[in-house]
Design a binder for this molecule. Structure first.
Ligand code: ATR
Length: 273
């Protein structure tokens, strides 16, 4: 029987996961079907129970259910524990194994696809919400010289820095405190782009040969990327590679084979203009 997987969310029409995993299954010769599952906002557990009962093998989880999935899981990976959120589940009998691959997907995109090693570099992350929390340990595992987290609500940035302190050199601060600092890579992990807004970052943060990375995907030249471009940055990226890489991590975890992501990234890329 063809193995069943799904992505669960609300809304879910926008999800590219079925397209991505179907492409991965084709190139790796895996016999699986991957669908979209719309669940009522208060109906996560019931929807997952039904999917498992029907023989479902695993799921991706998107908004607003990443915390529900965290609560639903019976075994959380270290990454999921630290992120406080789950984006992939694997069902084995009564066991619900849970992971969060968003951060590792981001780092893999940066280091492997974009050819931008973070070791020894000064790295700035804007925002201290769920996206930054998920990326914290994967970033620090690359051993940057310093990881700076800047946030509007400074307390959230310093809280994340305190969590990361055991794993590397990390500091939380305000946007004002960035004046006079220069970085090799700047990541916009705020949700500001979703409203076409821009965190108040001084143009001077973008160093020579800097990478400017917008975690949001498919929005073209966002205000953040525009500001980076205006500051002279030529290495601009959005989250399309992160999306493909987190999917590849989940696929490898479920199926034991890691698909190449290049074709999917090419297919989903929206030009940064
Ligand atoms: P996510 O899970 O996508 O990270 P979140 O947890 O709601 O979403 O976090 C959103 C992040 O974007 C926060 O860091 C938020 O800053 P605050 O913690 O100060 O609220 C940041 N953010 C959202 N809109 C912003 C804006 N217009 N300017 C600067 N930061 C913004």
């Amino acid at each position: 029987m063809t193995d069943q997987y799904a992505v669960i969310g609300n809304p879910i029409v926008q999800s590219k996961s079925p397209l991505i995993h179907t492409a991965f299954a084709q190139v790796t010769g895996q016999d699986l079907e991957y669908t979209k599952l719309l669940a009522p906002v208060d109906g996560f557990a019931a929807a997952v129970d039904a999917f498992r009962k029907a023989g479902g093998k695993g799921m991706n989880v998107t908004a607003p259910f990443k915390l529900d999935a965290f609560a639903y899981a019976t075994e959380l990976s270290e990454g999921a524990k630290l992120a406080g959120a789950v984006n992939a589940m694997k069902f084995e009998g009564d066991r619900v194994l849970a992971q969060n691959f968003d951060g590792v997907g981001l780092v893999r995109d940066v280091v492997h696809n974009l050819g931008c090693p973070l070791a020894g570099k000064r790295v700035l992350v804007l925002g201290a919400g769920g996206a930054t929390r998920g990326a914290l340990l994967p970033f620090l595992a690359e051993k940057p010289a310093e990881l700076v987290i800047a946030n509007r609500t400074v307390g959230k940035a310093t809280e994340l820095a305190a969590i990361g302190a055991a794993h590397g050199n990390v500091l939380g601060c305000s946007y004002e405190a960035l004046a006079g600092q220069v970085f090799d890579a700047v990541f916009n992990a705020t949700s500001a782009s979703l409203r076409a807004e821009m965190p108040p970052v001084p143009a001077s943060v973008f160093g020579p040969n800097c990478l400017a990375y917008e975690l949001a995907y498919g929005k073209g030249l966002t205000p953040f990327l525009q500001a980076a471009k205006a500051a002279g940055v030529t290495r601009l990226a959005d989250g399309v590679g992160m999306l493909a890489e987190q999917a590849a991590e989940a696929f490898a975890w479920w199926r034991g084979v890691r698909p190449d992501t290049r074709a999917v990234i090419e297919q989903l890329t929206v030009p940064l203009v």
